[in-house]
Design a protein around this ligand. Structure first.
Ligand code: 4UW
Length: 538
């Protein structure tokens, strides 16, 4: 490439050479590349039921699923929803759907029926897989759409059991041709920089690109001797791509955990001799600080990786001090819209508090939010990323797409940060609305829309209150209608009844006369945050 210097000024590229990205493989073909070699090795095991599958089984059974789906009328491009916790069958169905040319949209198993129905509708899901505990919500949400293809892992009257699909004779494995650069493989949901959750179109090529550039020696360190503990949900890109898919691609063993409970988690680390732990800040915090940790033998654990929310320098240092056998506390930084990783800590040169360096094949710049100028080292601005992992766009939402990806293909992350002289990046703030509670996305617009639907509420705004352990706690400013009584408790009860538990207003409710807004009607969240700071000082 021979770009002129002007254009390249302050555009950061990896110090590692670009890698070759296969453009003829589907995401499932890429992940399965070395499965024949891994053969009878254990691919995935459930820490609760102890059910497990070998690499050979994952490959064979996902073919079986594609045949079974084909017989039931599944067509290329059909959207298949997965509404379940982390179970060892997850990758079998996931790759089975992809093999049949389908698109996977996975939803948070904590979702209420309404939250699920919204995603199914936007994604136009024709099929869904769930577990008995959630089948009620899955059925209701599908009925809203006039659809009834509900599969369940286990036995429930009126639903076809996964075990029936798995008994298929494999005679109808569909012969689909995937166009990796055009065809969507997965459709995760993200609110992006503003508004309600949107379907993020990730093509096979987006994902193969992300896999290929992460896999470079300096970054992803999974191998055939790696044991991963997967408590982070597979419905989210971090779990789905960076843990489940890449763990399998590298021939590692994945231990699934469908529910996080401290002692069970620590016991699983010891019992399964876990070597690699992909984590989020509250769990890194637990490992660094909680007294129970001393009761377990964690001597196999060599790597803890943080992602999805900011990790303080002190916590990362404290963990290294506590577990001297850890070779590193690494970080990955990413976003659903980036398939999802753009920065990772390189093997050498681990700097506490840094999210690492830009991965090969990508370009990154830090731009002044006012002028758009690409800034030099040490200066804070918005992180922008360009390259083959940038999503195809938001589903049926060209407006939101052009707001996020500019004409030159730069994706604007909505994160504020800088890089140092060695081109290691640090995230310091977020300009987008998004709130992250324990790494989960809590889109303020969603809570605001809910609040405003309450008959006694005139207007509302939701912001994140910083919290050392959980990241941020959603908090609402509420304007009451004239002549109504509405208490803080009323607001909490109303919200708790209507949203998944992680979206609760743990940061509190504050009544206010008017929501500060710009002339164009946008909520001035900075002003609310400043107001809160003042309140807490009084
Ligand atoms: N530090 C500070 C971080 C960080 C962060 C994310 O829910 P999304 O869209 O996506 C994610 C994806 C995270 C991820 C995926 C795969 C992976 O390997 C890895 O590292 C191990 C991480 O979270 O939310 C995107 C937003 O979350 C914040 C940031 O605001 C970003 O725009 N975020 N990672 N390390 N903040």
């Amino acid at each position: 490439e021979n770009k002129n210097n002007e254009e390249e000024k302050n555009v950061i590229r990896s110090k590692n050479p670009d890698v070759e990205i296969p453009d003829n493989l589907s995401w499932n073909e890429y992940i399965f590349q070395d499965f024949d070699e891994y053969a009878d090795r254990e691919a995935i095991r459930d820490s609760i039921s102890d059910r497990s599958y070998s690499y050979r089984q994952i490959k064979d059974l996902s073919r079986t699923i594609s045949s079974a789906l084909n017989k039931r009328g599944f067509k290329k491009g059909d959207v298949f929803a997965m509404f379940l916790p982390n179970l060892p069958e997850f990758p079998i169905i996931y790759f089975g759907v992809l093999k049949a040319g389908g698109v996977v949209t996975a939803a948070n198993p904590l979702f209420t029926t309404e939250e699920l129905a919204k995603q199914l509708k936007l994604a136009d899901a024709k099929w869904i897989l769930t577990v008995p505990q959630l089948v009620h919500r899955a059925k209701e949400a599908m009925q809203d759409l006039g659809r009834e293809n509900v599969f369940v892992i286990g036995d429930v009257d009126g639903c076809e059991s996964l075990s029936v699909l798995l008994q298929d004779d494999g005679s109808s494995v569909p012969d689909v041709t995937v166009n990796p650069k055009e065809d969507i493989a997965v459709l995760p949901f993200s609110s992006g920089t503003t508004g309600q959750p949107k379907g993020v179109m990730l093509t096979h090529y987006n994902l193969v690109s992300c896999g290929s550039i992460m896999r470079t020696e300096d970054f992803l360190s999974f191998s055939e001797t790696t044991v991963l503990l997967a408590f982070l949900p597979f419905f989210h890109v971090y779990g789905m791509v960076a843990i489940m898919s890449m763990g399998l691609h590298c021939g590692s063993t994945i231990i699934t955990m469908s529910r996080f409970e401290r002692d069970k988690f620590l016991h699983a680390l010891e019992n399964y001799e876990v070597t690699h732990l992909p984590a989020v800040p509250p769990v890194v915090f637990l490992l660094a600080k909680h007294p129970s940790v001393d009761n377990f033998d964690l001597s196999y654990l060599t790597e803890v990786t943080n992602g999805a929310a900011p990790l303080g320098k002190q916590v990362s240092k404290a963990l290294m001090d506590r577990l001297p056998l850890l070779s590193s506390v690494r970080q990955g930084y990413g976003m659903t819209e980036l398939s999802p990783v753009c920065h990772m800590t390189p093997a050498e040169n681990n700097k506490h508090g840094s999210v690492g360096c830009i991965l090969p094949n990508l370009r990154c710049k830090v731009v002044d939010v006012e002028t758009g100028e690409a800034l030099g080292p040490g200066r804070d601005g918005e992180i922008c990323v360009q390259g083959p992992t940038v999503m195809k766009g938001y589903l049926n939402n060209p407006e939101a797409t052009t707001q996020t990806i500019d004409n030159d293909g730069w994706l604007h992350t909505g994160d504020i940060g800088h890089y140092d002289e060695d081109e290691h990046f640090f995230i310091v703030d977020r300009v987008k609305e998004l709130i992250k509670y324990k790494g989960y996305q809590v889109p303020p617009a969603e809570l605001e829309a809910l609040l405003i639907s309450h008959p006694a509420i005139e207007d509302a705004a939701v912001i994140g209150v910083p919290d050392a352990e959980e990241g941020e706690l959603p908090m609402a400013f509420v304007v009451r209608k004239a002549d109504v009584t509405l208490t803080e408790k009323d607001v909490h009860v109303f919200v708790d009844e209507n949203v998944a538990a992680y979206k609760k207003l743990r940061g509190g409710v504050e009544f206010i006369d008017e929501i500060p807004k710009s002339l164009s009607g946008k909520i001035l969240r900075r002003e609310l945050k400043d107001r809160l700071k003042k309140l807490s000082k009084v």
